[in-house]
Write a new protein. Structure first.
Length: 174
């Protein structure tokens, strides 16, 4: 297999790059002209910077934030998964299998007592039972599943701080 290539070094970001990232993170539908106006550059210069940020992998994509309830996925469940073996093959087999389960919104590989944390979206308790019986319980290497139904979500923010001082604002100092 060989050793993996080292991760590419992220580009050096100046204040304009950070402002572009913050603007697009808050509203990915902003036109290039609108972003250019906000950062004080010409549209071609702004587009060049945005493409550089995309090429560097800092901007991974543009997404719509959908409401799961009317789409039939209004119940979220958090699962803590333990595997029966922790070798590379077992971990990779589990990760490969979980990638094919559409209801899994998030999958995190952990340290501690659980090996993986999953966030799944289903319609209701019966939907969760079916998912557990038909897909989760058959995953390779599964030793234990602990689940918790999400009663209410108070914060669900995928934004990443882009400022040097971790401020999320797009220009306010306070």
């Amino acid at each position: 297999m060989g050793t993996p290539d080292p991760a590419p070094r992220p580009p050096r970001l100046d204040e304009i790059d950070r402002r572009i990232l913050a603007l697009l993170q808050d509203d990915a539908r902003l036109s290039n002209a609108a972003v250019a106006r906000e950062v004080g550059l010409t549209p071609p210069a702004t587009m060049e910077r945005t493409r550089r940020l995309e090429d560097a992998g800092l901007i991974r994509g543009y997404h719509a934030d959908l409401d799961p309830e009317p789409l039939g996925h209004g119940m979220a469940v958090i699962l803590l998964i333990r595997l029966d073996h922790h070798g590379r093959e077992s971990v990779h087999a589990f990760r490969d299998a979980i990638a094919g389960v559409d209801q899994v919104a998030e999958c995190h590989y952990l340290t501690g007592t659980a090996d993986f944390l999953l966030k799944v979206r289903v319609a209701d308790v019966n939907g969760y039972r079916r998912l557990l019986e038909e897909q989760i319980s058959g995953l390779p290497g599964l030793a234990h599943v602990e689940s918790a139904v999400v009663l209410e979500t108070f914060k669900d923010d995928r934004r990443v701080p882009v400022g040097g001082d971790d401020r999320r604002s797009t220009g306010d100092a306070g």
